[in-house]
Write a protein that binds this ligand. Structure first.
Ligand SMILES: NC(=O)c1ccc[n+]([C@@H]2O[C@H](COP(=O)([O-])OP(=O)(O)OC[C@H]3O[C@@H](n4cnc5c(N)ncnc54)[C@H](O)[C@@H]3O)[C@@H](O)[C@H]2O)c1
Length: 313
């Protein structure tokens, strides 16, 4: 018996990356799967979103684990398409137990140069798309009086990153949505939690645009990127996480083992969030005189216990 035997998991952005890993891992635990994906190509993204072939490849993985897979072409910005997706899932499987609002996009623009439509696209997909997904799926969970909703946030749900104000704002917003949903859907016995991945090697982050952002210079190689990803983590010998690493934690949130857990965000980041802050900005003014201190004059050097002030007090 798998930990999700007899359950149905619904996943947005299921064609590849973390969505595919969630589908495969949930199926290996006994769940039937419904996935949607394949938005229209965007001129604003530095990488391509998934294709119908990707969607079919995820379905093959689920079926090779002996489970059924419904594939659906739906853009999470389209409420009617999401209603059709959740209705089709209910019709095919007769239940929906786990909802993973995973679909997302990322881009890199200094805020002052960011066209408004780029801002809007990321907010529409990453924030409003999550709201629309839960609105479409929650009525089916409410019918059964139970269920687990898992929203994919990011370390950027609490931490900023340069040149990603749209993404950072959207992920902060998803953390807020998770808490609001946990309160409202808790009335119906439904749990709502979030997973906050660190850097994960999927097409979103494993592409030249990100390599250059991580290093702050052009023409960074993939190997340099993978090695540098270690500096994102606290744990020894780690670099970018795999999509399967994230899905492993999501199995627990989807299963009865977490039946009393709602309203929390779990960092899956190899310790990124405990790293001390450090300013990695490459912006320095070479003409600025270096500020230095005469520590002796400030009276902070030497053994305080040996000073007259220390012995008389
Ligand atoms: N890769 C990382 O380093 C990282 C880190 C933290 C959080 N995340 C989050 O993880 C989630 C999954 O991303 P991933 O790393 O698997 O990237 P990915 O690009 O491989 O997968 C994202 C999937 O979402 C789909 N998608 C995009 N826009 C969509 C839309 N409008 N409607 C439906 N589907 C859409 C894409 O086609 C793709 O299949 C995202 O929410 C992302 O923000 C990623």
């Amino acid at each position: 018996m798998g930990r999700l035997t007899g359950r149905v998991g619904l996943i947005t952005g299921g064609a590849r990356g973390q969505g595919r890993a969630i589908a495969a891992k949930f199926a290996a635990e006994g769940a039937d799967i419904a996935i949607c994906d394949v938005p229209a190509p965007s001129p604003h993204l530095a990488y391509a979103t998934a294709t119908e072939a990707d969607l079919a490849a995820t379905a093959d993985l689920v079926q090779s684990a002996g489970r059924r897979c419904l594939t659906f072409i739906a853009d999470v910005r389209d409420q009617a398409a999401l209603h059709a997706f959740t209705a089709a899932t209910w019709e095919q499987f007769g239940r929906i137990d786990v909802v993973c609002a995973n679909a997302g996009i990322a881009g890199w623009y200094p805020t002052l140069e960011m066209p408004e439509e780029v801002w809007q696209e990321v907010i529409d997909v990453n924030l409003t798309g999550v709201w629309k997904t839960v609105r479409a799926a929650a009525p089916y969970l409410i019918r059964r009086g139970e269920g687990s909703v898992i929203l994919t946030t990011s370390t950027n749900s609490v931490e900023p990153l340069r040149n990603m104000s749209h993404y950072v704002a959207a992920k902060h917003g998803v953390l807020g949505l998770m808490r609001a949903f946990a309160l409202e859907l808790g009335d119906h016995g439904i749990r709502v939690n979030a997973v906050a991945p660190g850097m994960v090697a999927t097409p979103m982050s494993d592409n030249p645009a990100v390599y250059n952002v991580v290093f702050g210079r052009p023409d960074v190689s993939r190997e340099e990127y993978l090695r540098a990803a270690h500096n994102w983590t606290a744990l020894r010998n780690r670099n970018a996480l795999s999509a399967a690493d994230v899905a492993d934690v999501m199995i627990w949130l989807a299963s009865d083992e977490s039946r009393h857990v709602t309203g929390i965000e779990i960092n899956i980041d190899a310790g990124h969030m405990v790293l001390p802050g450090y300013n990695t900005s490459p912006v320095v003014d070479p003409d600025l005189p270096l500020r230095d201190y005469d520590l002796t004059a400030l009276g902070h050097v030497g053994n305080p216990a040996a000073s007259p002030a220390a012995t008389t007090s």
